[in-house]
Design a protein around this ligand. Structure first.
Ligand SMILES: [Zn+2]
Length: 513
């Protein structure tokens, strides 16, 4: 006997062999047992999950010599003809290649005749959504008044494309994607029958690549077996199926989080030279950011959504997700998503990936509104003790209660201004003169001297001390010199921002348009 691919060889021959569609198989079996039959059924769901297999099984259940029975014998000529696809009473039509009204007209002519040997004449129309509008109209006439011996079983991956007039005349069953665990079970039992040894991780990788389709999983296993023989390790599965090691995606994400543009460029070169498909790898990176976002879901940390991962992979994802805020991850995902879409049309995917990663590396962190509000709150409410001047002889240090009183007074009128003052230290408050010092390099030293701010401060001082006060600023000696990168701020918006955010964590970049 010639070699048969697993997907055909292990096509389910009984309802019980159908994987993970219990709700549908139970209903169909009961329908046969109770002889409560409809004239038209619709099976929907993603590819490779058993729609046409179920349609054939149902046909057997109806036409089996020992039936109608929920357990067709698979041995009688009628069952066998259906298995081999040559039954005269069970006609499989590919909706994708028989889309015209003529095809349906032929079907309508044909349907009048009673079945050749079975009880029913069954039409299985796969990908029925591909039929043309006129073909649907012709079909509708048959569905409105079907001959008693006729049964239609439609299958489609896109039920939303079917006209409402058709949908309202069918009994619909939505088949679900098969969970990875179920696919692993099936693969494992088939591997046993075939004398193939696959480790658990290998099975898991195949199941994950198949994305819910048992047929795809079996085809992939075929592929792996022809690549590595009957003893299969996870590494061979990776190699055979071109599954990219997840490590490079984790590493790139780390580089992006560290804003390491140089490292990111090196990584892309490595990926490219390693012969990996840049588009596919970018898709993996995009998906990885999806996983990072999902794993931030409270309270279970997205564990259930990440069930398609090995436990250690899941832990790694969750640990990495903690390094980024939701807002940052979301923004990065958006950028990657747009780039990935562009990549599909681009002839320069590598360049696009490089620019995208550079962009991600240069992305400034965003702060949520909550964080900003919280900081504003802290600035305006938490009383900070006045900083004692660390330098100078004791005689010069004269922090008196009225200085603290002045700070409180300023705070009640201009909280931000008060916070700037609090970063300095009072040096002297004599002869109607306030001298305030700042450490070398303190950005508040520049910020507080803004002319508008000075006007406000002088007038507040006058109100508080009940006399005209001069205010002078000095820099303390012996501290590190000011960071040249932090010099040259002169815009009031920058000053405002610096008053809100921690200046040590804030970088001012001039944007040239
Ligand atoms: Zn039979």
């Amino acid at each position: 006997m010639s070699y048969q691919v697993f997907a055909l060889k292990y096509r389910p021959q009984t309802f019980d062999e159908v994987v993970a569609q219990e709700a549908v198989t139970t209903t169909l079996k009961n329908a046969v047992r109770l002889k409560r039959l409809h004239h038209a059924y619709l099976l929907t769901g993603p590819r490779g999950i058993g729609k046409t297999s179920l349609a054939r099984l149902f046909s057997k259940a109806l036409n089996c010599q020992k039936g109608p029975t929920p357990d067709p014998c698979n041995a009688c000529p009628l069952c066998q003809d259906i298995t081999r696809g040559r039954s005269l009473d069970v006609l499989e039509i590919d909706g994708a290649s028989n889309t015209s009204v003529d095809d349906v007209r032929e079907l309508r002519e044909n349907i009048k005749y009673t079945p050749a040997s079975g009880r029913y004449k069954i039409y299985i129309i796969d990908e029925v959504h591909m039929l043309s509008t006129s073909a649907f109209n012709a079909l509708l006439k048959t569905l409105e008044e079907p001959p008693p011996h006729a049964i239609f079983i439609f299958a489609t991956t896109e039920p939303q494309k079917l006209p409402a007039t058709i949908l309202s005349r069918v009994l619909r069953f939505d088949l679900r994607r098969i969970p990875a665990a179920k696919i692993m079970e099936s693969l494992s039992s088939i591997a046993k029958k075939e004398g193939i040894k696959v480790d658990q991780e290998g099975l898991f990788l195949i199941a994950r690549e198949a994305a819910g389709s048992l047929r795809d999983a079996l085809s992939l296993m075929d592929q792996v077996v022809s690549f590595s023989g009957s003893a299969i390790k996870a590494s061979q599965v990776r190699e055979a199926l071109g599954i990219l090691s997840h490590d490079s995606v984790f590493e790139m994400t780390d580089l992006i989080f560290k804003r390491d543009a140089r490292g990111a460029m090196d990584k892309i070169r490595e990926i490219f030279e390693g012969g990996l498909d840049v588009k596919r790898w970018s898709g993996n990176l995009l998906n990885h950011f999806r996983h990072l976002l999902v794993s931030q879901i409270e309270p279970q940390g997205g564990q259930e959504v990440l069930q398609d991962f090995l436990p250690e992979e899941r832990e790694k994802i969750m640990a990495q997700a903690k390094q980024g805020s939701w807002a940052d991850l979301d923004r990065m995902f958006q950028i990657l998503y747009r780039a990935y879409e562009e990549m599909a049309r681009s002839t320069y995917p590598k360049t696009l990936l490089e620019i995208t990663c550079l962009r991600l590396c240069h992305l400034e962190s965003v702060q949520s509104i909550q964080e900003i509000l919280q900081r504003l709150e802290t600035l305006s409410s938490s009383p900070k003790p006045a900083v004692l001047p660390p330098l100078g002889p004791p005689s010069e240090i004269s922090p008196v209660p009225s200085w603290l009183g002045f700070l409180a007074f300023v705070k009640s009128h201009k909280p931000q201004l008060a916070s700037m003052l609090e970063h300095g230290s009072l040096v002297s408050m004599e002869h109607e003169r306030l001298i305030i010092s700042y450490p070398q390099g303190s950005i508040y030293y520049e910020v507080v001297q803004d002319p508008e701010r000075m006007v406000v401060l002088v007038s507040l001082a006058q109100k508080f001390f009940k006399k005209e006060m001069k205010i002078e600023w000095i820099l303390q000696e012996g501290s590190p010199p000011p960071d040249p990168a932090k010099m040259g701020r002169s815009h009031s918006i920058v000053d405002e921002a610096l008053a809100i955010f921690d200046p040590q964590e804030t970088r001012v970049v001039e944007r040239k348009s």
